[in-house]
Design a protein around this ligand. Structure first.
Ligand code: URA
Length: 475
């Protein structure tokens, strides 16, 4: 038996695993030992073997998808993730090149369970981190305490940096802490719970806010507990309000019904928060829950939430920007002019619209009045961040073989604001959220072409991009 000691990070495991592979050490011959940060890697396997004995690293080609999956799984807290990853790596490089497609394989099933748990934890952190305001060196600083189930702090940090870009903040956790000074993310060691700030002004504010946005008509105790497990309640200031809010719910519903919708909308402050998606594998349940979403102010001027549509196990998912005027009125995505053009292009690319899942990054129509018309407005990064949990939930349920981002809003929601569709369109890409992604222009861009020649050329290019996605989905 070989003992391989390594720091429990993906990078460190990767070095050790590559070396073990080069030396043809079978998975059942290895005992993986995680080193603490203070332990010297005395038995680090990579130092034990001379370089010359090894096969060249290039011999061990694995699908990119495996790398993305392995990186994610390495964040799991279970120590068995390391031998699992090595077994997968071994099998992929020893003849089982299609292993990742065999979902019934016990190692793959285990890997997917780990992946799911991590994605859920990432989502929980996004939904349940609550900042409290403190004074720090004469500046306002916002501090949150969170106890993630897995090692997801670094993975999640850029989400918080995007969402709370203008604040200075720290998120403290027992494993790792992350800090944002409005420019740079830094990471420090974890802290004991006692160092998290006590109740303060920010907490009071949050409680008031939560009481204001609490919609008694939507209270379902079981759903609420499933979404907000008791484990998280102790860190959520609003949790102390839940029993009394539930108690007052029937009366509050009656009062609400007496008020006009417009007045209720005015009474709420302009607040954005991540949409609270229920934990479910049912699209119908998700769609129902999204109907009452008030996570950002867009619901006030929209007719309804326009949720995604299509078969639950569609191989292809299409992600647009946000519903337009006709979609807002009908409640269905992509049925207006852009939708009709999309339908035509799908057909020309050999894709049946009824077999694909179509949704939007933002699920309410954002518009401003111009005369009698409602003019489309681009969603802000806050609108997108607030709505994101719905799209993530759709992705987790549908698990498409390929995600097609239509236009820059969708593509940037996946790859960040520096992503350029014009540069990357038609390429098969990987992302944290979806293993295979193709980006292309939004069909409405085709409608805006200046002349017939440009329209024909751009349409053909669009159909060609859809063809790339179709072939990837069929692979
Ligand atoms: N544009 C989009 O991005 N989505 C729709 O549903 C309609 C138009």
């Amino acid at each position: 038996m070989e003992q391989i000691s390594f720091l429990p990070t993906f990078a460190s495991w990767q070095v050790a695993a590559r070396r073990a592979l080069q030396n043809e050490i079978r998975p059942d011959q290895i005992a993986w030992e995680e080193l603490g940060e203070d332990q010297p890697p005395l038995h680090l396997f990579e130092e034990a073997e001379p370089e010359t004995a090894a096969k060249p690293a290039s011999q061990f080609r694995v699908p990119k998808r495996f790398l993305a999956l392995a990186k994610l799984i390495s964040l799991h807290r279970d120590a068995s993730r390391w031998p699992l990853l090595y077994r997968l790596l071994w099998r992929l490089t020893h003849g089982e090149t299609h292993l990742l497609e065999i979902t019934v394989d016990p190692d793959i099933a285990q890997a997917h369970d780990f992946e799911k748990a991590i994605r859920r934890d990432i989502h929980k952190m996004r939904a349940f981190v609550r900042f409290r305001e403190i004074e720090h060196a004469g500046e306002k600083w916002f501090v949150a305490w969170f106890e993630p189930a897995h090692h997801i702090v670094e993975q999640n940090a850029s989400f918080f940096a995007d969402r709370f870009a203008s604040m200075r903040w720290s998120i403290l956790t027992p494993d790792r802490s992350v800090h944002w000074d409005r420019k740079t993310l830094t990471f420090t060691a974890g802290v004991p719970r006692s160092e998290a700030p006590a109740a303060d002004q920010m907490e009071e504010l949050w409680r008031t806010y939560y009481a204001n946005i609490f919609n008694p008509a939507r209270v379902k105790v079981h759903a609420m507990q499933a979404e907000m497990p008791k484990k998280y309640w102790k860190n959520l200031p609003e949790a102390t309000l839940i029993p009394s809010l539930l108690h007052e719910a029937p009366q509050r519903i009656e009062t609400m019904m007496k008020k006009s919708a417009a007045k209720i909308a005015q009474a709420d402050g302009d607040e954005w928060y991540p949409a609270p998606t229920p934990k479910t594998s049912s699209l119908t349940t998700l769609r129902g829950a999204a109907r009452g979403c008030t996570a950002c102010p867009l619901y006030r001027n929209a007719t309804q939430t326009v949720f995604g549509e299509g078969p639950k196990h569609a191989k292809m998912m299409f992600l647009g920007e946000q519903p337009g005027d006709q979609e807002d009125l009908s409640g269905k995505p992509f049925i207006g002019p852009a939708g009709q053009l999309l339908d035509r292009a799908l057909k020309d690319a050999g894709i049946d619209r009824n077999s694909v899942y179509v949704t939007n990054t933002v699920k309410h129509f954002k518009w401003e009045p111009r005369g009698k018309r409602r003019i489309h407005q681009k969603p802000s990064s806050r609108d997108i961040a607030a709505c994101r949990p719905w799209f993530e939930a759709e992705l987790q349920v549908v698990r498409p073989a390929i995600l097609v981002c239509l236009g820059s809003t969708a593509a940037q929601a996946l790859f960040g604001s520096s992503f350029r569709v014009t540069k990357e369109r038609g390429k098969l890409l990987e992302s944290e959220l979806a293993p295979r992604v193709v980006t292309t222009v939004h069909p409405s861009a085709l409608l805006r072409q200046p002349d017939e020649e440009a329209r024909v050329r751009e349409y053909a290019h669009f159909v060609q991009d859809l063809g790339v996605a179709l072939r990837a989905a069929e692979r």
